[in-house]
Ligand binder design. Structure first.
Ligand SMILES: [Zn+2]
Length: 201
C-alpha cells in the first residue's frame, strides 16, 4: 500500500539534495519518479536547486489553482513515485489531492518542506501534511549553538526581520535566512513565543 510521507525540517537541511538522490535511485532501478514544485517557490524557476549545486528541471510546476490529482491521473501507469519539493507552499486542497493519489492510484508521494515560516507560524501545506500524512520524518539540522534548529530566521541585508509577508524567497532582493533553535530564535527576534501577532488563520 502506498503512503503519503512528509519530510520536514528547517531551511538548509538538505531536503532538495535528498529529492535528487531519491529520483536517481528510482531511475537507476528502471522506475519513474516525477518531481513537483509549487510555483510560489520562484527560486530556480522551473528547476529545483540543491545547496550542493545540483539542479534538475521539475516535471510539474504547480500553480495554486492546479488539481494535482487530475495532472497525475493523465499519466496513470507511467509514474512510480511523486516527489514534492517546497511542499509547504501547496494549498490544503492540493495536499488532500495528493492523499487521493496515494489511496486511489496507489502511488507513493514524498513531500519535503518547511514546517514554519520566519515568524514561527505554520504554512498551510505543511499544516495539512502534518494532519494527514501516513509518515512524518524530521530532517534535522543544527543551530550555531549546537542544538537542533527548528526555526527559520529571515534576514534582509543581514538584519533580523520580525515583520513582513509569510513568503519571501531566499536569495531574492536582499533576503536570506538562517536557522535557529527555539532559544536562539527567541534571542535573535527578541520576541516571546506568546505574543499577540501570532495568528492562526
Ligand atoms: Zn541555538
Amino acid at each position: 500500500m502506498a503512503k503519503l510521507y512528509f519530510f520536514y525540517g528547517a531551511m538548509n537541511s538538505g531536503k532538495t539534495t535528498r529529492i535528487l538522490q531519491c529520483q536517481f535511485n528510482y531511475e537507476e532501478s528502471g522506475m519513474r519518479a516525477v518531481i513537483m514544485k509549487p510555483s510560489t517557490d520562484t527560486k530556480g524557476n522551473d528547476k529545483i536547486v540543491s545547496r550542493i549545486g545540483a539542479t534538475k528541471k521539475v516535471d510539474y510546476l504547480i500553480k495554486k489553482t492546479d488539481n494535482v490529482f487530475d495532472l497525475i491521473v493523465e499519466e496513470y501507469g507511467h509514474v512510480d513515485l511523486i516527489l514534492v519539493d517546497e511542499a509547504q507552499f501547496l494549498t490544503t486542497r492540493q495536499v488532500n489531492q495528493l492523499m487521493d493519489i496515494v489511496v486511489d492510484l496507489d502511488i507513493p508521494v514524498m513531500c519535503y518542506g518547511l514546517r514554519t515560516d520566519f515568524k514561527g507560524n505554520s504554512f498551510p501545506g505543511a499544516r495539512r501534511l502534518l494532519d494527514i500524512a501516513h509518515e512524518l520524518t524530521e530532517i534535522k539540522t543544527i543551530c550555531s549553538c549546537g542544538k537542533k534548529a527548528m526555526f527559520n530566521v529571515r534576514l534582509i541585508n543581514g538584519k533580523v526581520q520580525t515583520e513582513g509577508e509569510s513568503v519571501a524567497i531566499d536569495g531574492e532582493g536582499e533576503v536570506s535566512y538562517t536557522v535557529a533553535c527555539a532559544k536562539c530564535f527567541k534571542m535573535k527576534t527578541q520576541k516571546k513565543f506568546d505574543h499577540p501577532e501570532i495568528t492562526y488563520e
